[in-house]
Write a protein that binds this ligand. Structure first.
Ligand code: HEM
Length: 132
């Protein structure tokens, strides 16, 4: 079934649109007040160049969507463990991502698939879990 239809990568239009969406996503992420209220996130995003993050995230998404890229960055666990990311911060990131996908008119099906890819990394990225 999967062989018979276009990959998510192709349905999104390949690297040019993917890189634009990722770029806009990183742009809103790094200036977000909710996320920057976490000092570990704030310090790290000031130290790590946004264009570098755009490159890495683009290659990761490209690969995960079935495109020709090979992600050569660190694991999600290794690159986020020191950021003390909470569930609330995770939810904020998802909401920013949904906004960017909506702005770019990414269709529902592709939006769901992208959110599922991102969602699959939550266990590795969130280290501060709500009780209850
Ligand atoms: C609340 C959620 C997130 C925040 C605040 C966040 C923030 C950051 C920060 C500050 C860095 C730089 C870390 C460092 O170099 O010390 C980073 C790296 C990275 N993040 Fe995230 N991130 C989040 C979620 C995600 C998600 C969902 C993905 C992809 C599915 C992702 C992909 C990456 C990649 C690929 C890198 C680069 C890894 C490397 O340097 O090799 N991040 N993130």
């Amino acid at each position: 079934q999967e062989d018979a239809e276009a990959s998510l990568y192709d349905r999104l239009g390949g690297l040019p649109p993917i890189s634009v969406v990722v770029s806009d996503f990183i742009d809103v992420l790094v200036v977000d007040d909710v996320l920057n209220a976490n000092p570990a996130i704030d310090e790290t995003r000031q130290r790590v160049p946004a264009p570098y993050l755009k490159y890495r995230v683009t290659s990761l998404v490209c690969q995960a969507a079935g495109g020709p890229c090979e992600y050569q960055g660190r694991s999600m666990q290794a690159s986020h463990a020191h950021l003390n990311i909470t569930e609330a911060e995770w939810a904020q990131m998802v909401s920013l991502l949904e906004g960017v996908l909506d702005e770019h008119g990414v269709p529902d099906r592709e939006t769901e698939e992208l959110l599922a890819i991102v969602g699959s990394t939550k266990e590795d990225i969130v280290t501060v879990w709500d009780e209850s």
